[in-house]
Design a protein around this ligand. Structure first.
Ligand code: HEM
Ligand SMILES: *[C@@H]1O[C@H](CO)[C@@H](O)[C@H](O)[C@H]1NC(C)=O
Ligand SMILES: *[C@@H]1O[C@H](CO)[C@@H](O)[C@H](O)[C@H]1NC(C)=O
Length: 479
C-alpha cells in the first residue's frame, strides 16, 4: 500500500472511528466495580444478608458511587438503583426492556406458566384470573373461614402450652389458611398433612443450583412438585365435576374460581391453574407468616404500641356476644385501623422481601448511562423506606405515618412492590394478619424467651430458635 493510499484510507476510516469513540464515551457504564471475576460482590452481600446488615451494605454503596451504580452478583452484572424515581422506573417501565428475573430453579419446579415467568398479555391474563379470586369483594366472604382456621390453630398449638416458637407456628397457620382457601382442603383431611411436607421440600429446593442429580435438594424439590401436581390435577377433576353438578359454588376456593371463569373471558389451562396455585402458595404463606412474627416480637418489645393494639382489639371483642363463638366480619376488620397501621410500619422497617431482580432484555439508557442487555436490575425496598426525605426520622418506629395515605409519597413504600407486578396478595395478607393478631392479643399475653431476638436473611428473615416466646392465656379467653 502506497503512503498516499494509506492516507486516503486513514481519512476515510477516521470519522467512523471518532463516531464509535464518542458514542462509547457518551454512553458510559455506571460507576462502581465488578470486583473479582464471577464472585464479584456476592459473598460480601450474602454475608450482609445473613448478618442482617444488608441495609447498611447497600447504603455504603450509594454513598460511594451514587444512586446509580454497577456491581456483580452471582456472576451477573447488576445495576443497583436507588430512590423513588428509580422504583417508579423499575416497576412501570416497558416489559420489553425489563422482565421478571427468577432463579432457573423456579421455572423448573413451579412450571413455565407460573405468573413470575410471564410477561405482556400472558401475564395480564393470568394476573387477572388470580385477582378474580384475590380481590377484596371476593375475599371479604372468607373472613369467617379464616377466623375458624385461626381459632382451631390456637386451640391445637397455643392453649395449654407455656412456651412456643412463634415463627414455625405462624408458618403452619398461614399454610392451613391458604390450603383451605386456595385448594379447599380442610383441617383433618390427610391431604393437608401431605401438602405441608411436600411444599416444604419444594421451597427448600428453590434457592439451589438446579442440578438434577439424585439426593440433591433440587431433585427432591422436583419430586415433591410432581406429587403436588398430581394432587392438584385430581382436585381440578373433583372440583370441575362438582361445579358442573352445581354442588359447589364458583367462589369456594381459588381452584374452583379459576375453573369457573373458564366460561367467561379468561381461559386458563389445567397446567396454568396448577403452576399458579403452586406459586401463589409459595409467594403467600412465608411472607405473611414473617410479617405476623415481626408483629409478635414488636408487641413483646414495645409497651405503648401493645397498649394501643390491645385496646382496639378488646373493643371489637366486647362488641361480640360472649360465649357464642361469633365470627369476625369484614366490618370488624375495617375497625382495626391502628393494627393495620402498625403492620404497615413493620413492613416499612423490616420488609419481608428485601430485594428483587429484573432481567435487562434490551440495551437502555438511564440517567446518561448505558445499561447493556443481559444485565440484571436490582431494587431494594429498604432503600426508600429508610430515606429521611420520604419518611421523616426514618429510623423511628411510628405507625402514625400511615394515618393519611396521601402523606406517603408514591413509589416510596414498596414492601408489596409496585406497578403491574405489585403483590396481588396484599389484601389477603391484610385479612390474615388482622384476624390472627386479634385472637393473639385477646387470648394471650407473651414474653420473649431470648434476649437475642435478632434475625438473619436467608434470603427471607429467619429468627434464632424460631422466636421462642412464653405464653399465658388471658383469664377471659374462652377459645
Ligand atoms: C406480608 C406479606 C407479603 C409480602 C410482603 C409480599 C411481597 C410481594 C412483593 C414485594 C412482590 C413483588 C415482587 C417484584 O416485583 O419483584 C410480590 C408479588 C407477588 N405476591 Fe406477594 N407478598 C405478600 C403476601 C402475598 C400473599 C398472601 C399472596 C397470595 C395470596 C401473594 C402472592 C404474590 C404473587 C402471585 C406475586 C407475583 C405477582 C406478579 O408477578 O404479577 N403475596 N409480593
Ligand atoms: C432425580 O434424579 C434421578 C437420578 O438422576 C432421576 O432419575 C430422576 O428423574 C430425578 N427426579 C426428578 C423428579 O427429576
Ligand atoms: C360452563 O357453561 C356451560 C354451559 O354454558 C355449563 O353447562 C357448565 O356447567 C359451565 N361450567 C362451569 C365450570 O361453570
Amino acid at each position: 500500500m502506497s503512503p498516499a493510499n494509506f492516507l486516503i484510507l486513514f481519512l476515510l476510516v477516521l470519522p467512523l472511528y471518532v463516531i464509535i469513540l464518542t458514542r462509547k464515551t457518551r454512553n458510559k457504564l455506571p460507576p462502581g466495580s465488578f470486583g473479582l471475576p464471577f464472585i464479584g460482590q456476592s459473598l460480601s452481600f450474602l454475608h450482609a444478608l445473613r448478618t442482617n446488615t444488608a441495609e447498611h451494605w447497600l447504603r455504603e454503596r450509594v454513598r460511594k458511587y451514587g444512586a446509580v451504580s454497577k456491581l456483580n452478583l452471582l456472576g451477573t452484572p447488576t445495576l443497583l438503583l436507588h430512590g423513588q424515581a428509580a422504583n417508579k422506573f423499575v416497576y412501570t417501565c416497558d416489559q420489553k426492556i425489563l422482565a421478571g428475573q427468577q432463579p432457573t430453579s423456579i421455572r423448573k419446579i413451579c412450571g413455565e406458566r407460573n405468573i413470575l415467568e410471564l410477561t405482556g398479555d400472558d401475564h395480564r391474563c393470568v394476573r387477572g384470573a388470580l385477582l378474580s379470586f384475590l380481590k377484596p369483594e371476593v375475599l371479604k366472604q372468607y373472613v369467617g373461614k379464616i377466623d375458624e382456621e385461626v381459632r382451631k390453630h390456637m386451640k391445637m398449638h397455643w392453649h395449654g402450652k407455656e412456651q412456643v416458637q412463634a415463627m414455625p407456628l405462624m408458618k403452619t397457620l398461614t399454610f392451613s389458611i391458604m390450603s383451605s382457601l386456595l385448594f379447599g382442603i380442610e383441617e383433618g383431611d390427610q391431604r393437608r398433612d401431605a401438602l405441608v411436607k411436600l411444599f416444604q421440600q419444594i421451597i427448600d429446593g428453590i434457592f439451589t443450583i438446579p442440578v438434577n442429580l439424585p439426593f440433591t435438594r433440587f431433585n427432591r424439590s422436583l419430586q415433591a412438585s410432581k406429587k403436588v401436581r398430581a394432587m392438584l390435577m385430581n382436585l381440578i377433576r373433583e372440583k370441575g365435576a362438582a361445579l358442573e353438578q352445581h354442588s359447589a359454588s364458583p367462589n369456594q376456593d381459588l381452584i374452583s374460581c379459576l375453573l369457573s371463569i373458564r366460561n367467561e373471558s379468561v381461559v386458563l389451562s389445567d397446567e396454568e391453574i396448577i403452576d399458579n396455585a403452586i406459586i401463589v402458595m409459595i409467594a403467600g404463606h412465608d411472607t405473611s407468616a414473617i410479617l405476623i412474627t415481626f408483629f409478635i416480637r414488636l408487641l413483646a418489645n414495645d409497651p405503648s404500641v401493645y397498649a394501643t393494639i390491645v385496646q382496639e382489639q378488646e373493643e371489637i371483642a366486647k362488641s361480640k356476644a360472649s360465649g357464642t363463638g361469633e365470627l369476625l366480619t369484614w366490618e370488624d376488620l375495617a375497625k382495626m385501623k391502628q393494627t393495620w397501621r402498625v403492620a404497615m410500619e413493620i413492613l416499612r422497617t423490616t420488609p419481608p422481601i428485601f430485594c428483587s431482580f429484573r432481567k435487562v432484555l434490551e440495551d437502555f439508557e438511564y440517567e446518561g448511562y448505558i445499561i447493556p442487555k443481559g444485565w440484571q436490575v436490582m431494587w431494594a425496598a429498604c432503600m426508600t423506606h429508610m430515606d429521611d426525605q420520604l419518611f421523616p426520622d426514618a429510623l423511628k418506629f411510628d405507625p402514625t405515618r400511615f394515618e393519611k395515605q396521601a402523606a406517603v409519597p408514591p413509589f416510596s413504600f414498596v414492601a408489596f412492590g409496585g406497578g403491574p407486578r405489585t403483590c396481588p396478595g396484599n389484601e389477603f395478607a391484610r385479612i390474615e394478619t388482622l384476624v390472627i393478631i386479634h385472637y393473639l392479643v385477646t387470648q394471650f399475653t407473651w414474653k420473649l424467651c431470648c434476649s437475642d431476638n435478632s434475625f438473619s436473611r436467608d434470603p427471607l428473615p429467619v429468627f434464632r430458635h424460631g422466636l421462642e416466646i412464653q405464653v399465658k392465656p388471658k383469664n377471659c379467653a374462652t377459645g
